[in-house]
Design a protein around this ligand. Structure first.
Ligand SMILES: Cc1cc2nc3c(=O)[nH]c(=O)nc-3n(C[C@H](O)[C@H](O)[C@H](O)COP(=O)(O)OP(=O)(O)OC[C@H]3O[C@@H](n4cnc5c(N)ncnc54)[C@H](O)[C@@H]3O)c2cc1C
Length: 468
């Protein structure tokens, strides 16, 4: 029997083992699951897609994959910006998008969530009980909780409320051999045994497939006031960020540089100051009168650092307009050409120097690199843009990408703050963590996934020795 015929009969066995409609094999529908938002031109062709409806079906798919030695790429909504959900040749794409149940227990302040539920749906379900699920990646309307957990997604309110990992109390995870692990539960504290639950958070589908989660909820956020400050340059804005972080704890502290401000204004005008070197968008949700005090403190700190204009508002809709402008920067940047999205994170006090270096990298490689940042966390998103189809510019873009990763590690930071290593940053990871951490990571992977079937090529370099 030829290899192709063997593969075909293996897929037939999978189709028979699962209910009708769960396994997708027709080429047109399979094509939709090859790429994520990174749009890797080298994405492989899956042998099939399983659109799982239950944990049991995930177990069946993974047992089948183990039996037939088929690599598996777990997938949520495919919004990864680092190629984490990109298909590899001959793989099974295992999408969790149909498992989207949510049950809120308001007295225990938890939500039981299936992995395919969208982040926004969890927020809405919690709000129905006067509760809040804070993690808010820019993609919160389109990304799934499973994907958020697998990447330990961050977002705009993390500066005060933390990242996805801070809200994961319990996890159901299916291993490559089909075993189901139930980790943690509904309690706010749990130190029984090794913290395997957190090991799976941020593991990018390389250790197991998340099929359920218990998420911690908190009381609904109170009223919010917003401040927008214009700075003549990035260095003064970066200085303000450090001083604000030392003094108060805002609920949001975002930065846009001049290039990203102008990208947003070109794409969908919001009335932002096109001449500003940088904008800071700051929110306070402190209770009662403390909110006005916090905003006044931030205003004074911005002026002290050199802000040329500061505006504040207690109007929620007006505040949202500025936050939406910041959120729209990704789309606005993408509209300017092909985008290589960066996601470095540095200690906050290094922001002024790092921002200056990013401008120098843009000049050096003759590229446009708009920068937005979850500045309060030191998490920068330089978006490297180049004209589609311009091979020379693409090469320069990848050089700039590598320079930015090196810049982050040189300044004591990390190559990825929240998007994950995916398939784009394995080199950077190796350089950042070094051979010992890499070897231990490979050993953990080998224990949980001895055949190396789960999301090969993502997060960890394929070759432990070479680091790429
Ligand atoms: C416009 C835009 C804005 C964004 N803003 C942010 C931001 O502010 N913060 C941020 O952190 N990210 C952001 N992202 C990146 C992306 O949305 C996040 O990484 C998100 O968590 C991915 O969720 P997803 O459902 O799309 O997962 P996918 O892209 O489908 O998968 C992401 C990774 O998770 C794995 N995975 C998915 N589901 C499971 C599962 N059930 N079990 C095991 N592994 C799984 C995949 O294999 C892959 O490695 C943004 C993306 C876009 C397009």
């Amino acid at each position: 029997m030829s290899v192709t015929a063997t593969a075909r009969s293996a897929v037939d066995a999978l189709v028979s083992a699962l209910p009708a409609g769960v396994v997708v094999t027709d080429a047109v529908r399979v094509e939709k699951y090859r790429h994520d938002r990174f749009e890797d031109l080298a994405a492989g062709m899956p042998c099939a897609v399983v659109r799982a409806e239950s944990t049991e079906q995930v177990q069946v798919a993974l047992r089948w994959a183990t039996e037939h030695r088929v690599p598996v790429v777990p997938r949520g909504a495919g919004t990864s910006l680092s190629g984490g959900a990109t298909a590899v040749d001959g793989c099974l794409v295992l999408t969790l998008e149909r498992m989207s149940g949510i049950r809120v227990d308001p007295d225990r302040r938890v939500a039981h969530v299936e992995p395919g539920a969208l982040n926004i749906s969890v927020k809405e379900a919690a709000a129905g009980h006067g509760l809040w699920y804070p993690p808010d990646p820019g993609s919160y309307r389109i990304s799934t909780i499973g994907g958020n957990i697998a990447t330990n997604a961050g977002g705009l309110c993390c500066v005060k409320y933390g990242v996805t990992a801070d809200y994961v109390l319990g996890l159901d995870v299916v291993l490559a051999d089909g075993r189901l692990l139930r980790l943690g539960g509904e309690t706010m504290k749990d130190v029984a045994g090794l913290n395997l639950r957190q090991l799976f958070v941020g593991s990018e589908g390389t250790l197991g497939v998340v099929t359920g989660a218990v998420l911690r909820l908190v009381p609904q956020q109170g009223e919010v006031s917003t401040l927008v400050a214009s700075f003549p340059d990035l260095v003064s804005a970066g200085t303000a960020v450090t001083r604000i972080g030392r003094t108060v704890r805002p609920a949001m502290l975002e930065l846009m540089d001049r290039v990203s401000i102008n990208a947003v204004e070109d794409h969908s005008p919001r009335g932002l100051d096109r001449e500003a070197g940088a904008l800071l968008i700051v929110q306070s949700d402190a209770p009662g009168r403390s909110r006005a005090e916090e905003i006044a403190t931030v205003e004074a700190l911005c002026e002290e650092a050199g802000a040329t204009e500061v505006a504040t508002t207690d109007d929620a809709d007006e505040g949202l307009m500025f936050v939406d402008a910041r959120r729209s920067a990704g789309d606005a940047t993408e509209a300017r050409g092909t985008l290589l999205a960066e996601d470095i994170c540095v200690p906050v006090d290094r922001l002024p120097e790092v921002l200056a270096e990013i401008s120098a990298i843009a000049v050096r490689h003759d590229l446009e690199i708009p920068v937005v940042a979850h500045a309060g966390d030191g998490n920068l998103h330089p978006g490297i843009v180049y004209p589609p189809g311009d091979a020379a510019a693409r090469d320069r873009a990848w050089l700039a990408f590598d320079d930015l990763m090196a810049l982050a590690t040189t300044f004591g930071g990390t190559v990825t703050g929240e998007h994950g290593v995916g398939r784009t940053k394995t080199r950077g990871l190796a350089a950042q963590v070094g051979p010992d951490v890499l070897a231990v990571s490979h050993a953990i992977k080998a224990t949980l996934d001895p055949l190396g079937l789960l999301n090969p090529g993502a997060l960890l370099p394929r070759d432990p020795a070479e680091g790429s």
